[in-house]
Design a protein around this ligand. Structure first.
Ligand code: IMP
Length: 178
């Protein structure tokens, strides 16, 4: 077990890179099976999903394309919280089989707002592939079809996920120490 410090906060190794690799391969195999004969468009959600989407795509043996989008941190507020806006979608997704590739679904609000926007562009289908899912934190029902890990309500960093901008380069996953 290894302890590191980021911005003065302690983190402890929790998921080694070998386990991440195995689970990413498992998710890729499910997508290879489900999208056989199709040509899905992977929509990687920046910044957190960059490592996951690269490794996921490396393990796909079907025809597939990739593009990247980002959610603005907020574009106004309502009584239900921040309203996020989809940025960077420059191509038509009409009639496409879209797979949103996300780092982690926490409250689910980001995915809810992204799904709403994307559905407006009439894709043939939309599914979500998320590296992590924290079911205890979900505030809205979100159907995450492909997820590598289901984790408890803890803050994690590494493999693309950050703590205030740092830690994305770590090849393993670290849990915030109590
Ligand atoms: P949601 O809208 O609450 O589902 O938030 C999803 C976003 O919050 C993710 O894409 C991450 O950027 C961030 N996030 C949520 N939990 C964590 C975590 O444990 N570590 C790092 N980022 C997180």
């Amino acid at each position: 077990m290894q302890t590191i410090e980021i911005h003065g906060k302690k983190f402890i190794t929790s998921i080694p890179r070998t386990s991440i690799e195995n689970e990413v391969k498992r998710v890729a195999a499910e997508i290879n099976r489900d999208y056989k004969g199709k040509r899905p468009l992977l929509l990687g959600v920046l910044n957190g999903a960059f490592m996951f989407v690269a490794d996921l795509m490396r393990n796909l043996d079907i025809e597939c394309e990739i593009s990247f989008v980002k959610m603005s941190s907020y574009a106004g507020t309502t009584t239900t919280g921040a309203v996020k806006q989809l940025l960077g979608l420059n191509e038509s997704i009409e009639g496409r089989d879209v797979i949103i590739v996300e780092d982690i679904v926490d409250t689910g609000l980001t995915m809810q707002s992204m799904l709403e926007t994307l559905k407006g562009y009439n894709p043939a289908s939309i599914n979500i592939a998320s590296l992590f899912l924290k079911p205890a934190r979900l505030k809205v029902p979100i159907d995450v079809k492909y997820s590598a890990f289901t984790i408890p309500d803890r803050f994690i960093v590494g493999y693309g996920l950050d703590y205030d901008g740092l830690g994305r380069n770590l090849p393993d996953i670290y849990d915030a120490a109590e």
